[in-house]
Design a protein around this ligand. Structure first.
Ligand SMILES: C[S@@+](CC[C@H](N)C(=O)[O-])C[C@H]1O[C@@H](n2cnc3c(N)ncnc32)[C@H](O)[C@@H]1O
Length: 268
């Protein structure tokens, strides 16, 4: 049995503006087992309905608003940080993509030239490949080892080749991905992504930063990469080593947006 209820958009949705159309009330579908999936509002049709098992965001983020909407707000925030009005005409690489930005782009018709999503979650990547009906979007699986998400994967190396040839992008993003990486994996990812950015391009990502000179620690030592915390110095060192220059760092939850500390970089 399914029930539907209407939910008002949170204040920040209207305060922060948005890319493309799609203001309005949202509907939340409550499945029998209590899990929620989301559909969309009066003025737009869902292009993509993602099963709950393919949603990788924290429960409190999923409860906050439809994934398509939180994805929209974060893409808008990223554009704002870069200093551009929107992503029109740009090639975007999303490493550790999950599914919500595909939902956001298709539901809200977000303007961009191309969006390539890469993730270790094979079934989700197959689902997106089969169900996203928009030629601008493509998805690739990488079998990278990650203690939380893919224990049996292959170790990541700076030399690891992504299945995207030598394509370079205007914007590379990672939302809630470095928050789940051991330092040597974070460094490998920074090295790998450096080969795929245009000289005029950007890297934007979230991380959990802590004060002090502790380097790196796990929020819960018993659950490695559940939440990996970095000192600013260590993060900066890893980025510099892989030829990235930090342009700006902002603390978590700007305007109540669901994002931890966020870092904007350019190729050094
Ligand atoms: C918390 S989810 C965030 C998903 C998406 N970026 C978002 O914000 O909605 C973290 C994602 O990173 C992916 N991931 C973690 N380590 C990865 C790696 N080494 N390579 C590719 N994807 C990875 C996970 O499979 C998961 O989908």
């Amino acid at each position: 049995m399914k029930a539907w209820r209407l939910r008002s958009p949170p204040a920040l949705f209207t305060m922060s503006g948005c890319i493309g159309p799609g203001h309005g009330l949202s509907m939340v579908e409550i499945e029998q087992n209590g899990a929620m999936t989301t559909a969309t509002a009066f003025d737009r049709n869902p292009q993509l309905v993602v099963p709950r098992r393919f949603k990788r965001n924290a429960p409190q983020v999923l409860a906050m608003a439809p994934s398509a909407d939180t994805g929209l707000w974060l893409l808008q925030y990223m554009a704002e940080r870069i200093g551009i009005p929107d992503l029109a005409g740009l090639d975007i690489l999303d490493f550790g993509c999950g599914s919500r930005f595909a939902e956001a782009i298709t539901t809200h018709d977000i303007p961009l030239r191309s969006y390539v999503g890469i993730d270790v979650y094979k079934e989700m990547i197959e689902f997106l490949t089969q169900n996203v009906n928009d030629d601008r979007l493509s998805f690739h699986h990488v079998n990278a080892r990650n203690p939380k998400y893919n224990k049996s994967g292959d170790p990541l190396m700076p030399e690891t080749i992504l299945p995207i040839g030598d394509k370079r992008f205007d914007v590379i993003c990672m939302f809630s991905v470095i928050t789940h990486q051991l330092p040597h994996d974070a460094q490998a990812i920074f090295a790998i992504l450096r080969r795929h950015v245009k000289e005029s391009g950007f890297l934007f990502f979230s991380a959990s930063l802590g004060e002090g000179d502790f380097g790196y620690r796990e929020h819960d030592a018993e659950k490695p990469t559940e939440l990996s915390v970095y000192s600013k110095d260590l993060l900066n060192e890893l980025l510099e080593r892989e030829k990235w220059r930090v342009v700006s760092i902002e603390p978590e939850s700007p305007r109540d947006l669901p994002i931890l500390d966020s870092i904007l970089c350019v190729p050094a």
